[in-house]
Structures are given as structure tokens and as C-alpha cells.
Design a protein around this ligand. Structure first.
Ligand SMILES: Nc1ncnc2c1ncn2[C@@H]1O[C@H](COP(=O)(O)OP(=O)(O)OP(=O)(O)O)[C@@H](O)[C@H]1O
Ligand SMILES: [Mg+2]
Length: 249
């Protein structure tokens, strides 16, 4: 039977060489194919570290990771064309134009020119970047640089995408477009993992995981979490839980 999970981690731990504490401390994640999952938590709670290990960019100290059924980091190369990453720090090259950047990524993923053009046009339209195609990346506004990173992460039609704070600085109108697009990707079976500090954005996800000090302390659909923690918003839950007032059982 085909595995229904896009991502599975078991007892995932990361201790950085220079760090004394566990940046990630026994993370067990199960994210289904076609799910939109939001990882939230205070600064330094371990979200980026977790994503980096899952996509194979960072070695775990211990624990196991399966991404689309493949062991990570061992089989990282096999699945590299199936995943897209918009990192927290921009992934774009400042001296290249927007178009050159996206084209560069498409080549990394082995796309042909004929595959590139229609896909590129679709993404530029979705991100409202059509008029900036020839602009050098360093001359894009902050929010546009974010969108450029998103374009680079999506160009090759990945099956799993990681957006680490990808929508920081992106205006609310565009964010609405993004979410429409995310839903259309979801319909096609694409799995989307986002981290965000924008709580009404996290609320749009199918499921939310809240991390504190490297551990998952609450997880569920936005509705389930609100009922469980007797809160009207995810922001309220975030504030209650991430400062350590209440722990999940
Ligand atoms: N390269 C590194 N070397 C040493 N420690 C690190 C490194 N990267 C992160 N850390 C530490 O690991 C912990 C988790 O950091 P991480 O970047 O995963 O948090 P985060 O949840 O993504 O935070 P933010 O919301 O600020 O992006 C922090 O204590 C951080 O200082
Ligand atoms: Mg981070």
C-alpha cells in the first residue's frame, strides 16, 4: 500500500555543536500527503532546525526521518527534485535578475526549456511579479524578494514544499492570493509545510503544530485546538502555551 504520509519523523533530536541544549528534542511528526501544516512557536523554539533536518539540509543528532517514504538524509538526492524549499533567509542571488534566478533553480531541478516557460508564467502571475522579471534581485522590495524565493521553490512543481516564514513582509492582499494558490496545490496532492508568526495565517492551515523549546506541545486542527484550550483565536493559544503557562498532557 502506498504510504499516506509525506513526512514522518521519529524521536528527532538536534544538538548543534556549538549549542548545549537540544534545539529539537524528540520530535514526532506525521504529515499526510496533501496536507497544509503550519509549524508555529516562539523565536528559537526549533522550527527552522526541524524543517532543515526534514528536507535533508541538516544532519539530525538522532532519530529518523521519512520524506515521501525515503529515509533522510540517506536518500536525500533521490527526492531532491520532489521538494521545494523557500528558506527563512532569502535563497535568491542578488546579482541575477528575477527571471535568471528562477531559471537557475529550474536547471538545478533538471527542467527543460519547454517545461520551464508555462510553469514560469503561471508562477509569475500568481505572485504578481510579471513586471519585475528583468529586475535585478537586489532591486526588488523586501516582500518581492520573498515572493522571488517562493517562485524558486515552486518552479519545478514539487510534491512537498517548505515555506519557512516565506510570507514575512508580504502584503495581506498577496497573502490571500498565496493561500488560494496553496489550496489549488493541495487539490493536486501537494503537501505544504509552513512556519509563520502570523497567527491568522497559521489558522488557514489544515493542522497546526506548536513547538516550545524543541518539543511539540500542542497539535491539531485549528478548531480542535481552540476547543481544547478554550480560546477564540490561535494567537491566544500561542501566547498561553509558548510562554509555558500550560503544557499539553
Ligand atoms: N547554526 C546554529 N548553531 C547553533 N545553534 C543554533 C543554530 N541554528 C539555530 N540554533 C539554535 O537552535 C535553537 C532553535 O533555533 P531555530 O532557528 O530552529 O528556531 P526557530 O523556531 O526557527 O526560530 P525563529 O522563529 O526565530 O525563526 C535556538 O536556540 C537557536 O539559537
Ligand atoms: Mg526559524
Amino acid at each position: 500500500m502506498e504510504n499516506e504520509y509525506a513526512i514522518e519523523t521519529q524521536d528527532l533530536v538536534k544538538i548543534y555543536k556549538t549549542g548545549k541544549v537540544k534545539a529539537v528534542d524528540g520530535l514526532n511528526l506525521r504529515i499526510k500527503k496533501g496536507e497544509i501544516y503550519a509549524l508555529i512557536g516562539a523565536n528559537g523554539s526549533g522550527k527552522t532546525t526541524s524543517l532543515n533536518m526534514i528536507c535533508g539540509a541538516l544532519f539530525p543528532t538522532s532519530g529518523t526521518i521519512k520524506l515521501l517514504g525515503y529515509d533522510i538524509p540517506k536518500h536525500r538526492r533521490i527526492i531532491s527534485n520532489y521538494i521545494g524549499i523557500a528558506p527563512q533567509d532569502y535563497s535568491i542571488y542578488y546579482d541575477l535578475s528575477l527571471e535568471e534566478n528562477v531559471r537557475f533553480f529550474s536547471r538545478l531541478y533538471g527542467m527543460s526549456k519547454t517545461e520551464f516557460e508555462p510553469r514560469y508564467n503561471e508562477i509569475m502571475q500568481m505572485l504578481r511579479l510579471e513586471e519585475k522579471r528583468k529586475t535585478q534581485a537586489k532591486n526588488l522590495s523586501g516582500g518581492m524578494k520573498r515572493r522571488a524565493s517562493i517562485a524558486c521553490a515552486l518552479i519545478h512543481s514539487p510534491k512537498v514544499v517548505f515555506f519557512d516564514e516565506a510570507t514575512v513582509g508580504v502584503d495581506p492582499v498577496l497573502r490571500t492570493f498565496f493561500w488560494e494558490y496553496f489550496r489549488s496545490l493541495k487539490e493536486k496532492g501537494v503537501t505544504i509545510v509552513i512556519t509563520s508568526h502570523v497567527m491568522d495565517e497559521a489558522e488557514k492551515a489544515d493542522r497546526i503544530g506548536l513547538m516550545r523549546a524543541g518539543k511539540m506541545i500542542a497539535e491539531g486542527t485549528p478548531e480542535k485546538l481552540k476547543t481544547k484550550y478554550k480560546s477564540t483565536t490561535i494567537e491566544e493559544i500561542f501566547i498561553k502555551l509558548s510562554e509555558g503557562e500550560i503544557a499539553d498532557e
